[in-house]
Ligand binder design. Structure first.
Ligand code: ZN
Length: 113
């Protein structure tokens, strides 16, 4: 009845794994799981297809504020393309257009003569 299955206490070696279970299991304690500032689920994210590609809009009209506003957050922040689904090419153009529109909007009506 002397089963020697596991050789414990080897010569010259401290047992490294004893009296403690290894963290077997992806349990990541996330601090502040739902601590969003609010405003989630506002942007459309159903299809991951670029809107401009779908509508075949090559150049993004920077004057079309309504269009641009769909890609700008409330604080004027440009929405990342993972949320909007815009492709890289159009995202770049979109960024430019938004900046351009911003520029215009920021300009006061001081150029009137
Ligand atoms: Zn596109």
């Amino acid at each position: 009845m002397a089963e020697e299955t596991q050789s414990r206490a080897p010569e010259g070696g401290a047992p490294s794994n004893q009296g403690g279970g290894p963290p077997s299991g992806p349990r990541g304690p996330r601090p502040g799981g739902q601590g969003g500032p609010g405003g989630r689920g506002k942007f459309f994210r159903r299809k991951k297809v670029c809107k401009f590609c779908t509508e075949k809009i090559d150049a993004i009209p920077y004057r079309d504020v309504r269009l641009l506003q769909g890609f700008v957050a409330e604080r004027g922040k440009i929405v990342p393309r993972r949320l909007t689904g815009v492709c890289t090419t159009h995202q770049r153009r979109l960024t430019r257009a938004i900046k351009q529109a911003r520029n215009i909007a920021l300009l006061p009506f001081a150029t009137r003569h």
